[in-house]
Design a protein around this ligand. Structure first.
Ligand code: IPD
Length: 271
């Protein structure tokens, strides 16, 4: 079943990708703000989510839906689609070509975390890149198999991270960066959590971590990274979640986890 779901997820993601790319060329303005003035929604976010939602409902009417921009619907099949219609919305607003449509197909409940991801597609229409995976079947970039890096030591690791929209959380997150930067090769903040996880999957990053991600920010990329041979988890044996998501090249998880703990990643976050 995972392969059929992967095929459908890819078809739908590509259609939504074309839509948001076309809308970007026509010009984009902020339609609304959410948790803070920096946390924006464009009309294209909503249009993309509506399109994805209706294509899923046509193809698989009993499946659940859990998206960033609209109310969730329950599932009668046990399968739920976890959707970010534009991950990297702020990049999209500025026409920085690092944004994506992200779709994960899961079994279980997206919130609380009891899911198993079955299939996933993350497509960046501005780069013409589509990452995809089906559980147990490996991961691909534009149809070609990808593998995460291996045998990377922390001092030579290129690490990605991201920042929340709340000012207090960002300041806390910057404190972690300040502690970690002296122990790794370098740190990148590229602005799309799903593409960051796909970057770990294809070896453009050795690791990525972030605190405060929603299921639609990481469900698809986490499966793609795992299927590419990366290690994905949370802190202290927990699974990847809103609390903490860490994805690394094979062999790097434990040493980087230790550095993150030393940098204060376990501390409670304000805001
Ligand atoms: C955001 C991006 C960003 C990450 C934030 C997310 P959005 O998602 O993935 O890279 O650092 O935590 O909220 O708002 O662009 O869908």
């Amino acid at each position: 079943m995972s392969v059929e779901l992967q095929k459908l997820a890819t078809e739908i993601a590509l259609q939504a990708g074309e839509l948001i790319y076309r809308r970007r060329r026509e010009g984009v303005t902020v339609a609304a703000t959410k948790s803070s003035a920096e946390d924006v929604v464009t009309a294209a976010d909503r249009e993309s989510e509506n399109l994805i939602r209706s294509l899923i409902a046509d193809a698989r009417p009993g499946d659940g839906f859990y998206g960033e921009e609209s109310d969730a619907t329950g599932s009668t099949t046990g399968v739920t689609w976890v959707v970010d219609p534009i991950d990297g919305t702020v990049n999209y607003l500025y026409d920085i070509p690092n944004y994506a449509v992200s779709i994960a197909v899961i079994e279980g409940d997206p919130d609380p975390l009891t899911w198993t991801a079955l299939a996933a597609t993350v497509t960046n229409p501005a780069a013409g890149e589509t990452f995809s995976a089906a559980r147990g079947r490996g991961a691909t970039l534009n149809g070609r198999e990808i593998r995460a890096n291996a045998d990377v030591v922390p001092s030579l690791a290129m690490v990605g991270t991201g920042f929340a929209y709340s000012a207090e959380r960002r300041v806390w997150q910057a404190g972690i960066v300040q502690q970690l930067i002296g122990s790794v090769r370098d740190i990148r903040r590229m602005g799309s959590a799903e593409l960051d996880l796909c970057s770990v999957a294809c070896g453009r990053l050795d690791a990525y971590y972030e605190r405060g991600l929603n299921p639609w920010d990481h469900a698809a990329g986490a499966l793609i990274a795992e299927e590419a041979g990366a290690t994905v988890g949370g802190l202290n044996g927990a699974r990847a979640s809103r609390d903490f998501t860490l994805a690394t090249a094979a062999g790097l998880f434990e040493p980087l986890h230790e550095l993150l703990i030393e940098a204060g990643a376990e501390a409670s976050v304000l805001g």
